[in-house]
Structures are given as structure tokens and as C-alpha cells.
Design a protein around this ligand. Structure first.
Ligand SMILES: CC(C)(COP(=O)(O)OP(=O)(O)OC[C@H]1O[C@@H](n2cnc3c(N)ncnc32)[C@H](O)[C@@H]1OP(=O)(O)O)[C@@H](O)C(=O)NCCC(=O)NCCS
Length: 149
């Protein structure tokens, strides 16, 4: 008999931090250390959500407040669970939280070479705003995307 587990999205808790760090470092090319990620979580925990399946954390979104608007600091879905609308649901739930806080705009940075994520964000209504030359530690440019919510 095959057991079908339900995918659930909920607010992240302190106990999820290890999984968030694992997913962040394992899926996003970043120089953020575990302690940078923990600091972000502690500053902006209202905007952190995880997706679980059978109690295993398979995705997360980490939002923040940046210059008076919402910002996506990190978003990742485990490789085996992509293209199942999980990323889309994570963005939706954090947008809802940003709106509830009174923000009307969300921004994010993405590596110029990260075509998959760029396609994904465009499909979620993000528009290219501007480029930041050499934004990443390895010299790659970032493209800033934004969306009115
Ligand atoms: C980007 C990411 C979070 C998308 O998550 P996901 O759960 O696979 O995305 P979804 O299934 O919700 O996709 C929503 C839409 O985007 C599209 N999409 C998602 N990933 C895509 C890709 N790599 N290439 C093209 N389109 C893509 C889907 O086809 C879907 O389109 P539809 O609405 O027309 O059906 C996931 O690929 C990921 O974790 N990537 C690695 C980490 C990363 O790059 N994060 C972003 C930088 S911080």
C-alpha cells in the first residue's frame, strides 16, 4: 500500500532553523553562514515559513523588511519536490504576511545566471527593476526584481 503524505505550509519555529540552514546552504549559492541565517530568522521570524511532508522540512521562504518594503532573502525547495507548486505557495503565503504588515511592494535579488529562478519569479509577477554589478562575493551581478502586492 502506498501512503500519500500531505504537503503542509506553516510558520517556521526555532526548531526548524537547522533545516532552514540546510536547505539554504544546499540549494542557494551563498556566502551566508549559519549564524547570518539565524540572525535573519531572529530579526524577521514573522516572515519565515516552511513546507513539510511527513514532518520532513522540504522547503522554506525567508522574508525580511528592507527600506520599508517586503524582501525575499531566501527561498528554496528540495530538489526532489520541485515543479509541484510549492515555491509558488511559499511566495503567496509570505506576500500575504507582507500585506498584513501594510507593505505594498516586495523585492528580491537573484543571480544573473539563475535562469530557473528568474523564470519562476517572472511567472509569479515579478518585474526586473535594475542590475547590481558584482553584488555577489564571487563577482557575479544580481538582478533586482520587484512586485506590487
Ligand atoms: C526557484 C524554486 C524555489 C521554485 O520552486 P518550485 O516549487 O519548483 O516552483 P513551482 O513549482 O511553484 O513553480 C511555479 C511556476 O514557475 C515555473 N518554474 C519553476 N521552476 C522553474 C525553472 N527552473 N525553469 C522554468 N520555470 C520554472 C513552473 O513551471 C511553474 O509555472 P506554471 O505556474 O506556469 O506551472 C526552486 O527551483 C528552487 O528551490 N531553486 C533553487 C534555489 C533558488 O534558486 N532559489 C531562488 C534564489 S534565492
Amino acid at each position: 500500500m502506498e501512503i500519500e503524505y500531505e504537503v503542509q505550509i506553516r510558520k517556521a519555529t526555532e526548531a526548524d532553523l537547522r533545516d532552514i540552514v540546510r536547505l539554504w546552504k544546499g540549494n542557494i549559492r551563498t556566502i551566508n553562514t549559519s549564524s547570518d541565517i539565524a540572525d535573519l530568522y531572529h530579526s524577521f521570524e514573522r516572515y519565515f515559513f516552511v513546507v513539510t511532508m511527513a514532518d520532513k522540512v522540504i522547503g522554506f521562504v525567508g522574508g525580511a523588511i528592507r527600506r520599508g518594503h517586503g524582501h525575499i532573502s531566501g527561498l528554496a525547495v528540495d530538489k526532489g519536490y520541485r515543479m509541484e507548486e510549492i515555491g509558488k505557495r511559499l511566495l503567496k503565503i509570505v506576500d500575504h504576511e507582507f500585506r498584513a504588515s501594510g507593505f505594498d511592494k516586495v523585492t528580491l535579488e537573484v543571480r544573473k545566471s539563475n535562469w530557473g529562478a528568474i523564470r519562476f519569479y517572472k511567472k509569479q509577477g515579478y518585474k526586473r527593476a535594475y542590475l547590481i554589478k558584482g553584488y555577489y562575493a564571487d563577482g557575479e551581478d544580481a538582478i533586482v526584481y520587484e512586485k506590487k502586492i
